[in-house]
Design a protein around this ligand. Structure first.
Ligand SMILES: Cc1ncc(COP(=O)(O)O)c(C=O)c1O
Length: 395
């Protein structure tokens, strides 16, 4: 019997992450490709999870999420952004940000609706839009140049995309893969365009705690006129270094949560109860136990260490304002094909990275970069640096 594959998923193929991770495993390479920490999450969250299981918080959680966790998320919004959030109607807990993104798109767009994304884009957006029958409308982010200190987009191109009356825009800040943190001015422009064109916004803020050099994370939902039309998605995975737990959450007005829940109730219905309890404890404790400061300090050190390792071997790095990835300019080494470079780096040098062209729906004209993840122990980064030193002799 030949395999059956519905058209809606047939085009998805195998992701570059799966391919590079498999190659890294096969060749014993140090995996700086896929974005997950190789160090443990903090003791207070792991102890809370063990305690929750021992206390028999093990049956189905309520469909919208554990009350304690929804209350902790609402309290965080009140504390950080001065926004009183109704935990019962304005917060929903999902199986990771991944589920929240998919639910939101399934619930909010009709077949044929256009959805703006900034490219390079986190790899789930295009498949999620496609699954919901929508049409991705990419707007390019351009790498820093002599007139732009960081990644930027062309206002005229964004305005042109909005003239196609998109139902929705997805904004990811801090941004994967570029490390861009959208400025308040950029977000103001997006907010103005959303309101002019009656466009909804989904923001993916899973790296909100990782903004370096004194920069600030600004949620689009906090700008005037945006709360009513924005669903803000976050996840405990990155913040607490427990990516395997898949506890995500969506915050926004009741009507958008209600829509999201329409999909959520039939996709997963509810997500792990003891882990929700543990994330609630973590969100309650982190603001008072210094965790967020320690997290940022440790990531800053890892960022510097990896930047130095790449620069030392002749790979210029692009500025990283947030998240935990560094882009390196492989053109400086004479490479013109980022996929070929990343395969070669994995098999011959023993360090895996992700080609940036993989984050474009049409990679023609994509910058020639490789993305390296620094959510790794300093020893891992140092071991990668030792291997990268061989680049000089192998080129
Ligand atoms: C930008 C972005 N959004 C969402 C996710 C997925 O989050 P989760 O693991 O909570 O599903 C990731 C994970 O790499 C990410 O980088």
């Amino acid at each position: 019997m030949t395999g059956r594959l519905a058209r809606r998923v047939a085009g998805f193929g195998t992701t570059i992450f799966t391919e590079m991770s498999a190659l890294a495993l096969e060749r014993g390479a140090i995996n700086l490709g896929q974005g997950f920490p190789d160090f443990p999450g903090p003791a207070f969250i792991k102890e809370a999870a063990a305690a929750a299981i021992a206390a028999d918080i093990n049956q189905y959680a309520p469909m919208p999420g554990s009350p304690r966790l929804r209350q902790a998320v609402a309290a965080q919004w009140e504390r950080d952004y001065g926004r009183a959030v109704d935990w019962q109607r304005e917060v929903t807990i999902t199986s990771g940000a991944t589920e929240a993104l998919c639910d939101a798109l399934l619930a909010l767009i009709e077949p044929g609706d256009a959805v703006i994304i900034f490219e390079p884009a986190y790899d789930a957006y295009v498949p999620d839009i496609t699954l919901a029958g929508g049409i991705p409308l990419p707007v390019r982010l351009y790498p820093p140049d002599p007139t732009h200190a960081t990644w930027w987009f062309d206002e005229a191109e964004l305005r042109a995309a909005f003239r196609r009356n998109p139902t929705l825009i997805i904004v990811n800040t801090p941004h994967n893969p570029t490390g861009k943190v959208f400025t308040r001015a950029e977000l103001r422009l997006i907010a103005e365009l959303c309101q002019d064109h009656n466009t909804l916004a989904i923001t993916d803020e899973v790296y909100d705690r990782l903004v370096f050099d004194g920069g600030a994370h600004v949620p689009l939902a906090t700008l005037p006129g945006m709360w009513e039309r924005t669903l803000t998605i976050n996840s405990a995975g990155k913040t607490f270094s427990v990516t395997g737990w898949k506890i995500g959450y969506a915050v926004g007005p009741a009507h958008l949560n209600q829509a999201l829940r329409q999909a959520h109730q039939w996709v997963t219905f509810a997500t792990s109860s003891p882990l929700q309890e543990a994330v609630a404890v973590a969100l309650e404790q982190a603001p008072v136990n210094g965790y967020y400061c320690d997290l940022l300090r440790d990531y800053s050190e890892r960022r510097t260490r990896l930047q130095q390792a790449l620069e030392t071997v002749g790979l210029p790095t692009l500025p990283v304002e947030g998240a935990y990835f560094i882009s390196a300019d492989i053109g400086a080494l004479g490479y013109t094909d980022d996929r070929a470079f990343c395969r070669w780096l994995t098999t011959e040098i023993g360090v895996a990275a992700i080609p940036t062209s993989a984050f474009y729906s049409n990679p023609t004209g994509a910058p020639n970069l490789a993305r390296f993840c620094f959510a790794k122990r300093l020893e891992t980064i140092d071991a990668a640096a030792e291997r990268l030193a061989a680049l000089h002799t192998r080129l």
